[in-house]
Design a protein around this ligand. Structure first.
Ligand code: NAD
Length: 476
């Protein structure tokens, strides 16, 4: 049993009724347990954040920046433990766990820098009208609830915590019940750094705890990353209180491959876009649109590349892809394999769970998938790629945009003018051209349509936690 909730600067045991069991997905066995936070403990966490707000926001931006640099440094000092825990609890291959940690470190360092620049943004506003002066003040929005999923726990939490703390907000973070141990590091670091009590609170729990936080009337804002179904519940809670909400939701993103591409290079980008984190990425490019002239050469190479991937336990084998992170996710992906069989889809690779302990599935490729197939339109959240062919640039754009989601896309073409043109026409929040999914802290993250509301990362991520105030004075 782990003591697991960080409230008002103290570690406390959960008083809720749910027991959270933490699993090693490569073996399918539990290795830790904790009691969820009760609704009363969520109240305490929100109250602690409220109490801490006045003095935290009154600190100089430079002092807040120093704390953020401390988070970056302390994450680095816990490097081996954090990599090992992500490998064990998420099933991430070592190199992916390392990249997640580096991303979290870079996020804290970046927002430290932005926090230092904040005072310069409070400035006089030139007015055309005589007799008045006006100035801008950027103020923290206040107490913020942060709810995150399990697929990139260190990263999604860093993308919220760092800008919120930089802005001068105080927070209550609710990690996913699937991976509740990793974010404990943020509480331990707060302790080590002497972060004022109540500035960062962490409550663990399942849906009940999440709902208690998202509907809490002591919040000034909620920032949520997760599924569309929970996102819409969170949005309803926010609307009941007319409260701002940021939503980072699901995706069914396209990768568009034109026939002037180098086939081997395209295969590398396609495979990375669907098998990184075992396909459990909101940004997985799970719809492959391949131009007629290259499809017959590309699909067999893609099939070989997917079949060659080493799938296994990252803690005991050299692997390219680990297991799915939870049994629920494994059952969900298996149900799509069954649907594919019922729909008679043409399976070129995988299409099955692995016959071994743990929650493994094969990297999977379906070819010539009809538009009406559920596998073409629904987010599966596993290493399952569906391919369709297209003839013209216009058709590729129309098919890529024909989705309720709009998170990301990738365009592969040797004709850069065309690639840029297609990137401009895609209805998504982020496009990669001839690249793996490289994410930089300076660029924005977030989607259009059903993929969410608002942006994280870059200056946009900070703006989400700031409120603009103008002070206008009459000179007469
Ligand atoms: P989920 O929606 O089931 O859970 C997300 C979080 O919400 C968890 O902490 C969960 O405990 C909590 N929760 C559950 N029920 C709740 C309720 N009724 N009220 C409030 N909180 C509640 O999502 P998941 O399965 O953890 O994550 C997978 C989903 O997240 C996918 O759809 C994926 O696309 C999405 N995602 C999006 C992004 C992005 O940046 N757009 C990033 C990562 C994941």
């Amino acid at each position: 049993m782990t003591t697991s909730h960080y409230i008002a600067g103290r570690w406390v045991e959960g008083q809720g009724s749910d027991c959270i069991t933490v699993h090693d997905p490569a073996l399918g066995v539990p290795f830790a347990e904790m009691m969820a936070a009760s609704v009363a403990q969520v109240d305490q966490a929100v109250a602690a954040a409220r109490d801490a707000l006045p003095s935290w926001k009154a600190l100089s931006a430079g002092t807040r920046a120093a704390f953020l640099r401390g988070f970056a440094e302390q994450l680095g000092q816990r490097r081996e433990a954090l990599i090992a825990l992500q490998m064990r609890n998420n099933g991430k291959p070592r190199h992916e766990a390392e990249i997640d940690l580096d991303d979290a470190i870079a996020t804290f360092a970046y927002y430290a820098q932005l926090a230092e620049q904040l005072p310069e943004k409070n400035r006089e506003v030139p007015l055309a009208a005589p007799g008045f002066t006006a100035r801008t003040r950027l103020e923290p929005v206040g107490v913020v609830g942060l709810i995150v999923p399990w697929n990139f726990p260190l990263v999604t939490s860093a993308w919220k915590l760092a800008p919120a703390l930089a802005a001068g907000c105080t927070v209550v973070l609710k990690p996913s019940e699937v991976t509740p141990l990793i974010e404990q590091a943020y509480g331990q670091i707060a302790d080590t750094l002497g972060l004022p009590a109540g500035v960062l609170n962490i409550v663990n729990g399942k849906a009940e705890t999440g709902a208690a936080l998202s509907s809490h009337n002591g919040l000034d804002k909620l920032s949520f990353t997760g599924s569309n179904s929970v996102g819409s519940q969170v949005m309803r809670s926010a609307s009941a209180q007319c409260r701002p909400v940021t939503l980072e939701l699901g995706g069914k993103s396209a990768i568009v491959v034109f026939d002037d591409c180098d086939v081997d290079q395209a295969v590398e980008w396609i495979v990375a876009g669907i098998t990184w984190n075992a396909g459990q990425m909101c940004s997985a490019t799970s719809r492959l649109l391949v131009q007629d002239g290259i499809a017959d050469a590309l699909l067999p190479r893609l099939q070989q590349a997917m079949e060659k991937l080493r799938v296994g336990n990252p803690l005991s084998e050299e692997v390219d892809m680990g297991p799915l992170t939870s049994q629920a996710q494994w059952l969900k992906v298996a149900s799509y394999f069954a649907t594919a069989r019922e729909e008679g889809l043409q399976c070129l690779a995988g299409g099955k769970a692995l016959d071994r302990d743990g929650w493994f599935v094969s990297p999977t490729l379906y070819a010539d998938v009809p538009k009406q197939s559920r596998l073409w339109s629904e987010e599966i959240f596993g290493p399952v790629l569906c391919a369709r062919r297209f003839a013209s640039e216009e058709q590729a754009i129309a098919e890529a945009n024909d989705s309720r989601f709009g998170l990301v896309a990738t365009v592969c073409s040797a004709d850069l003018a065309r690639a840029e043109r297609v990137a401009d026409a895609l209805e998504v929040g982020h496009v990669w051209i001839n690249s793996v999914q490289a994410v930089f802290v300076e660029t924005s993250w977030g989607g259009t349509k059903g993929s969410g509301i608002g942006r994280e990362l870059g200056p946009w991520g900070l703006s989400g936690y700031l409120s603009v105030k103008h002070v206008t004075r009459c000179l007469g």
